[in-house]
Design a protein around this ligand. Structure first.
Ligand SMILES: Cc1cc2nc3c(=O)[nH]c(=O)nc-3n(C[C@H](O)[C@H](O)[C@H](O)COP(=O)(O)OP(=O)(O)OC[C@H]3O[C@@H](n4cnc5c(N)ncnc54)[C@H](O)[C@@H]3O)c2cc1C
Length: 352
């Protein structure tokens, strides 16, 4: 593993994290699926390597990376040895196919997609159809007891990355709410201010969660640091769960022009320019054009294709809400909580 890491650093390669399997029937374990390929598995072992088959879904930027780092999506049990496989596969290996989905605009005026036109990336539906992987690129093969280490480590770092993105996103949504309120002439109105305050409080607590995750980072015996499990998972949960409410407040404040604002081309068209300027103007110090641009940014970020991508991605990337609840429960100091509760109720702890 260390040799692979050293080579990856020296060659400055990019690596996609391929953890999420197709998974077939979610209530069945890998070895009990009707189709054995529902989870990535080894189909042949040779003297110089292994042959793998399966698919990894939703893989961010898979087709933009040099290597696909395949690892188990969950803990594996005895009897699931063929599914306990971790290996690095060059993206151009024989047998690898990537079906991409993307959400940037496919031909419209990019000015109406000010964010997604330059800040989105493809997600790959990555198929491994009998791919040979040389032995020096295989890091786990059959050791079921170690499968969860990979899945868990990736989850922690992925969630920290998720929070980092959501912290920026939360401030961006607060800023859009403030600017569109000002452009609409409503920045001083009580119910609008309350919504923006609520959004700012969420953004602040999310940032506090991220900073606590880093401030309470722990070190492995080898000296590698990793973020605090409790703060990382609780903050990721909160950011994902509350994103919908942030967007609701923003849409409520902004008004219907989020969806129906004329285009910048309508503003440039001599036949329509005067009308667009006249009726998009609010008599504030925000120009009709800037107000239009704000509406397009809000729509692009929250209300159509890329906005929908954000909505689902915040929930699912790094595992759905349930995954963060499990880890939070595991690391939360329940003994402290119940001791406070017993003290308040005046009851003794049961004998252990
Ligand atoms: C845009 C995007 C980018 C992503 N990038 C990556 C990436 O780069 N690499 C990567 O590996 N993955 C990536 N993911 C995948 C992400 O981690 C998964 O979407 C997530 O873990 C949920 O898995 P799933 O989509 O298969 O949904 P499911 O597993 O079907 O989950 C749907 C719901 O069912 C519940 N559920 C599932 N199984 C069970 C069960 N046995 N018992 C009880 N409840 C269950 C879940 O808790 C969830 O609430 C990405 C996802 C998105 C949307």
């Amino acid at each position: 593993m260390q040799a692979y890491v050293d080579d990856a650093i020296a060659a400055d390669i990019r690596i996609a994290e391929c953890i999420t399997d197709a998974k077939g029937n979610r209530s069945l374990a890998p070895a009990r699926q009707e189709d054995p390929d529902a989870y990535m598995h080894v189909v042949d072992r040779q003297s110089d390597g292994v042959v793998i088959r399966g698919a990894k879904l939703h893989i961010s930027a898979a087709s933009l990376c040099h290597d696909l780092l395949v690892m188990p999506t969950k803990a594996m049990k005895p009897g699931e040895e063929d599914y306990a496989i971790t290996c690095a596969v060059p993206v151009n290996s024989d047998g690898v196919s990537i079906i991409n989905t993307t959400y940037p605009p496919k031909g419209d005026d990019v000015r109406h997609f000010p964010v997604s036109s330059h800040a989105s990336m493809p997600d790959g539906f990555v198929v491994f159809d009998d791919v040979f992987v040389p032995i020096d690129r295989v890091f786990l093969d059959g050791e079921t007891a170690n499968a969860a280490v990979f899945a868990h480590s990736l989850g922690l770092w992925e969630r920290l990355g998720g929070i980092t993105a959501m912290v920026h996103q939360a401030d961006e949504l607060v800023g859009l709410a403030q600017l569109i309120a000002e452009a609409n002439g409503l920045a001083a109105v009580a119910h609008i201010r309350e919504k923006i305050d609520e959004m700012a409080i969420h953004a602040t607590l999310l940032r506090a969660g991220m900073e606590a995750a880093l401030a309470h980072a722990k070190a492995t015996p080898e000296g590698f640091y990793y973020p605090d499990e409790l703060f990382t998972n609780a903050a990721k949960y909160q950011g994902a769960a509350e994103f919908g409410r942030m967007v609701r407040n923003l849409h409520d404040i902004a008004g219907g022009s989020v969806l129906t604002a004329p285009s910048i081309a309508d503003l440039e068209n001599p036949d329509t320019r005067a009308f667009v300027e006249k009726y998009m103007d609010t008599g504030t110090n925000v120009s009709a054009e800037d107000r239009l641009r704000l509406f397009h940014a809000i729509r692009d970020l929250t209300a159509d294709a890329f906005g929908g991508w954000h909505l689902v991605t915040n929930l699912q990337s790094g595992g759905g809400l349930f995954a963060q609840r499990i880890v939070t429960r595991r690391h939360y100091d329940m003994a402290r909580a119940t001791s406070y509760a017993r003290e308040a109720a005046g009851i003794e702890a049961p004998p252990s």
